[in-house]
Design a binder for this molecule. Structure first.
Ligand SMILES: Nc1nc2c(ncn2[C@@H]2O[C@H](COP(=O)(O)OP(=O)(O)OP(=O)(O)O)[C@@H](O)[C@H]2O)c(=O)[nH]1
Ligand SMILES: [Mg+2]
Length: 311
């Protein structure tokens, strides 16, 4: 009987780069599953976070920021967005309310967001607008923003939240739950994500590159785990990880290594702390920087990184 009343559904988090989608995914899951940064196009792959309770299971799909593809990597990211729209039962349009207030344009939404909204509308699924970053927005200024979006589309709900502080998250979950249909528990209880430890570790290294480097460097960086060795079985006592940081130019390699290796050391020690928290044991992390000219357009490299549509 219990199975009959069980509800489940897939919920896609979509929006422009930097809106706070990955921060929101992490807030839902209570874990640092998706990396976040102030740099646009932080997320490259669709990441699932599963939240489960006795009566329902929600699978959140974090997606890359919506943008026009300029290279093969972008095309992969774009495909990730469109396939998440198809897979999802409920769509969230996440927007940075503080940026909307700062823009002070009284007419309409940013062009790219308008384009995305058209794609969401074509799905014929409930679309919930999430006005994010209210912790840095003046409350009174939210009303005209809400009115502006309300004019554009019949959203199933409009929910102001702060993905950073968690403010409004319960209200948002309540709105999402209204649209869940009867369905199976897709993932076993206690499954948190579809990502492997290796994938999360590679992302945690890339996150530090995003946070510590600037201009075009972070966009041209990818991380590959070359070896991941556990010692002390049956209970894992220590993990030894070799990771390669790919970049596009010799000059970028120089910056990533830094004066007497200082930048690489900084990236490594910060990433190691995050990795140890994730794995729950000490970690020895060795980083190598390698130049891979134009890798964002090279299919064989993208495939080895799991970033090719045909991989
Ligand atoms: N103040 C504030 N900052 C936030 C909030 N949510 C996200 N941020 C910040 O906004 C920046 C972008 O957040 P992300 O979660 O990486 O944004 P995203 O939408 O996943 O970005 P892409 O992956 O590039 O598409 C980060 O610096 C976050 O810390 C929020 O509610 N309040
Ligand atoms: Mg993201």
């Amino acid at each position: 009987m219990e199975e009959l009343s069980f509800k489940s559904g897939f919920v896609a988090l979509t929006g422009l780069a930097n809106a706070g989608k990955s921060t929101l995914l992490n807030q839902f899951s209570g874990m640092h599953l998706a990396i976040t940064s102030p740099k646009p196009q932080t997320t490259r792959q669709v990441i699932r976070a599963i939240i489960d309770d006795p009566g329902s299971q929600i699978i959140f799909l974090d997606t890359p920021g919506y943008h026009a593809p300029r290279n093969r990597l972008d095309q992969y990211m774009y495909r990730g967005i469109t396939s998440a729209l198809t897979d999802a039962d409920i769509l969230l349009l996440v927007t940075d309310a503080s940026a909307a207030i700062r823009a002070r344009s009284s007419s309409g939404l940013p062009r790219l967001e308008q384009e995305l909204l058209k794609q969401l509308a074509r799905q014929n699924k409930p679309v919930i607008l999430v006005l994010n970053k209210v912790d840095i927005a003046v409350k009174e200024e939210l009303l005209p923003i809400i009115a502006r979006y309300h004019e554009q589309y019949p959203f199933a709900a409009i929910v102001p939240v702060s993905a950073r502080t968690g403010d409004g998250i319960e209200v948002l979950l309540h709105e999402i739950r209204k649209h869940l249909a009867a369905g199976p528990r897709y993932y076993p209880v206690e499954t948190l994500t579809d990502q492997t430890e290796r994938q999360i570790v590679a992302e945690l290294v890339r996150e530090q590159v995003l946070l510590l480097t600037h201009e075009e460097i972070p966009h041209g960086v990818a991380v590959e785990i070359e070896s991941f060795t556990e010692t002390g079985s049956p209970d894992r006592k220590m993990v030894h990880i070799d990771a390669a940081i790919y970049c596009e130019k010799d000059s970028h390699k120089g910056i990533l290594i830094g004066k007497q290796g200082s930048m690489l050391k900084n990236i490594g020690s910060r990433a190691r702390q995050q990795i140890e928290e994730l794995l729950g044991c000490p970690c020895y992390l060795e980083l190598f920087v390698k130049v891979r000219d134009g890798w964002r357009n090279r299919q064989e490299i993208l495939r080895s990184l799991g970033l090719d549509t045909r991989s």
